[in-house]
Design a protein around this ligand. Structure first.
Ligand SMILES: CC(C)(COP(=O)(O)OP(=O)(O)OC[C@H]1O[C@@H](n2cnc3c(N)ncnc32)[C@H](O)[C@@H]1OP(=O)(O)O)[C@@H](O)C(=O)NCCC(=O)NCCS
Length: 160
């Protein structure tokens, strides 16, 4: 039997629990939040999963119309979020994830192309995305979608 088609559609409120689940299952080794926890342990009752999932809460609260999910046969396989700075005509992709079983099939690339078109349609003139130096996939995928490296940032932390 043929697989149902994969399509990218706008985010809906009822998607949030699944987006949070994909986030904590996906971002383990690549999230700054987990690196902080590895280095300092828990510093309050909120672990890296709670903090990272809350980034998605913020994305969908700030710009729900700029969030999209990739769905096949009713199953969400990935998501991408955006923030638009209309004053400066600049769009950012804060978060992007694909479930492990669907990686390497071009879904990440498709979602990026989708939001680049969305940003163009919204009048944005520049698109930005960031990745950790340890994220080899991001450093391959983003330039291959047309992004160019502009600068590197160093994250510092200390116990208080
Ligand atoms: C990043 C992510 C969304 C990509 O999703 P995806 O659907 O697998 O992406 P695609 O299939 O479109 O592209 C992946 C590309 O990375 C390449 N790749 C895979 N593993 C790689 C590795 N270890 N090193 C370098 N490139 C790698 C693939 O070959 C593919 O490139 P190609 O199309 O030129 O062959 C997914 O890996 C993910 O969810 N990762 C965890 C969360 C994350 O890192 N999010 C982004 C934070 S900046």
């Amino acid at each position: 039997m043929d697989e149902p088609p994969l399509h990218i559609r706008p985010y809906r409120d009822e998607d949030l629990p699944q987006l949070r689940k994909i986030t904590v299952e996906s971002f383990g080794s690549v999230a700054l939040e987990q690196m902080l926890e590895q280095k300092y342990g828990l510093w309050n009752e909120r672990d890296w999963k709670v903090r990272k999932a809350s980034h998605i809460d913020d994305d969908v609260a700030q710009c729900p119309e700029g969030c999209f999910v990739a769905e096949r046969g009713g199953e969400i396989l990935g998501y991408i979020t955006t923030r638009l700075d209309r004053v400066n005509q600049r769009g950012r992709i804060p978060n992007l994830a694909v479930v492990e079983s669907a990686r390497g099939l071009g879904l990440g690339r498709r979602m990026i192309q989708h939001v680049l078109d969305y940003m163009r349609d919204e009048g944005m003139k520049l698109a930005q995305i960031e990745t950790m130096a340890s994220n080899a996939i991001g450093q391959h995928l983003y330039p291959s979608c047309g992004f160019e490296e502009v600068a590197r940032q160093v994250h510092y932390a200390m116990r208080l």
